[in-house]
Design a protein around this ligand. Structure first.
Ligand code: UDX
Length: 431
């Protein structure tokens, strides 16, 4: 099939490239000239394992091209995927201006041949209908069905997730569009749910909100465990073996970050409120998450008291999770801000997210070149992101580098008993 993908962010670039790998002809469009030029050279603006190889090989095979010319891409394609950003607006709603602007451009570019337009971006319920309206306002001859096929990929495993989805959700009431979209996705999985557009749009928000709920739930249990000396890891394991609960997304820690959960939870809350409904559970999920990263600060205060001037913290991990350089809504940023505000100095390290962090924090913190150098001469090690290289650190090395053997483990990657036996003052989250 011939596809145009508008927007070369995480969702657009990964899905466009993976559809090319499946044998489709794909034109990825972006309005940023330098980004398109970079991609043509095989340079990837984001860190995503396995993506570069696929971009390069599919360009070589002529199945994947990059362009700034949206009109030409639309004219050459049967299916047009919209994958531009929907960042959070001031009031928590999704900012839809990029999606609507693309809808206008698509409307202007269409002739009278039939096209399927697909919303891949996470969008409020009712968006597909609105996009169809915009296209038809611009072009009354447009033969178009606007559908919803939400994206569920995770950063850091986006390529793997795209090729091995748990399910594909297709929202459309058009038989013709359904046939084309089922044929496009069939090579990926047999689990294809076809439903109406509004339900499909809701599935995306509901899925993210449910996962966010699981995380806030286990974080709340962790905080209660802390008060009573129970171990949240043991609790999560004991709960997760119940098939109805499941073991995934029950890792207690510093709260969810990244480009999706915080934004999408806010957006579904806003969506509900706009309809006059108060989503109390989701508001609590957000509230627990807002507070969770400050557990670290409470531990630090518990150890040192409130007199923190002259002390230095070593922060390990800046990305919102491992295998990405993304620091959007990363707990590390909130924690660092608080530590600095309380008068502590901060030295930080991340395997790949330092450059992005420098753009936000500049020289308010010191950056180490590696773990050892970052630990050297600091008073407490705070583990914020569970990168594998941090999980595998030798406790003796940590002890030798720190001024005092104190570890605050925001992701519960070390064994409390072993750490305490090795002479550390050790605090996890809920254990
Ligand atoms: C998420 C969804 O998983 C994905 O389906 C959707 O398309 C986009 O949003 P992503 O943000 O890339 O993906 O990362 P994910 O692995 O889901 O983690 C999100 C956040 O939750 C991270 O900050 C992570 O540290 C946190 N998390 C996750 C926990 O704190 N505990 C867990 O058990 C799982």
């Amino acid at each position: 099939m011939k596809l145009a993908v508008v927007g070369t962010g995480y969702v657009g670039l990964v899905s466009g490239t993976c559809f090319a790998e499946l044998g489709n002809t794909v034109i990825c469009v972006d309005k940023i000239d330098e980004k398109v030029e970079m991609l043509k050279r095989g340079e990837i603006p984001i860190y995503e394992p396995g993506l570069k190889e696929l971009v390069v090989s599919n360009q070589e095979k002529g199945r994947l091209t990059f362009s700034t010319d949206l009109a030409a891409a639309v004219a050459a394609s049967d299916i047009i995927l919209i994958a531009v950003g929907t960042p959070a607006a001031e009031d928590g709603s999704a900012n839809m201006s990029y999606v609507y602007a693309v809808a206008e451009e698509i409307g202007e570019a269409l002739d009278s041949s039939y096209k399927v337009v697909v919303n891949k971006s996470t969008v409020p319920v009712g968006t597909a209908e609105k996009v169809e309206e915009i296209i038809k306002e611009k072009n009354e001859n447009a033969q178009v069905d606007v559908c919803s096929v939400p994206e569920f990929l995770r950063e850091g495993s986006a390529v793997k997730d795209t090729f091995n989805p748990d399910r594909i959700v297709i929202g459309t009431s058009s038989k013709k569009a359904e046939e084309m979209l089922v044929a496009l996705h069939k090579p990926l999985t047999e689990e294809i749910v076809v439903t109406d557009v509004r339900s499909s749009e809701m599935i995306k928000y509901a899925s993210n909100a449910f996962l966010a709920t699981k995380i806030s739930f286990i974080n709340e249990i962790a905080n209660i465990c802390d008060a009573y000396g129970a171990d949240v890891k043991a609790v999560a394991r004991g709960m997760g073996l119940d098939n109805r609960i499941g073991p995934k997304f029950l890792n207690a820690g510093l709260g969810y970050g990244g480009s999706c959960f915080p934004k999408d939870t806010k957006a579904i809350i806003h969506l509900a409120q706009s309809a006059g409904y108060t989503p109390e559970l989701l508001q609590a999920v957000e509230g627990v998450n807002e507070r969770q990263s400050f557990r670290i600060i409470e531990h630090v205060k518990g150890i040192f008291g409130t007199e923190l001037i002259g002390l230095k913290a070593c922060i390990l991990g800046l990305a919102f999770k491992p295998e990405t350089d993304d620091i959007r809504d990363a707990p590390a940023l909130k924690i660092i801000d608080q530590l600095l505000e309380m008068g502590m100095a901060v030295k930080a390290y991340d395997p790949i997210a330092v450059e992005n962090t420098k753009k936000v924090l500049g020289d308010r913190v010191e950056y180490g070149a590696n773990v050892e150098e970052t630990l050297e001469g600091t008073d407490v090690m705070i583990l914020v992101t569970e990168w594998d290289e941090f999980v595998k650190l030798d406790p003796e090395m940590i002890k030798n580098k720190l001024n005092r053997a104190i570890v605050v483990d925001g992701r519960n990657v070390y064994e409390p008993k072993a750490m305490r036996e090795a002479g550390f003052i050790y605090h996890g989250i809920g254990r």
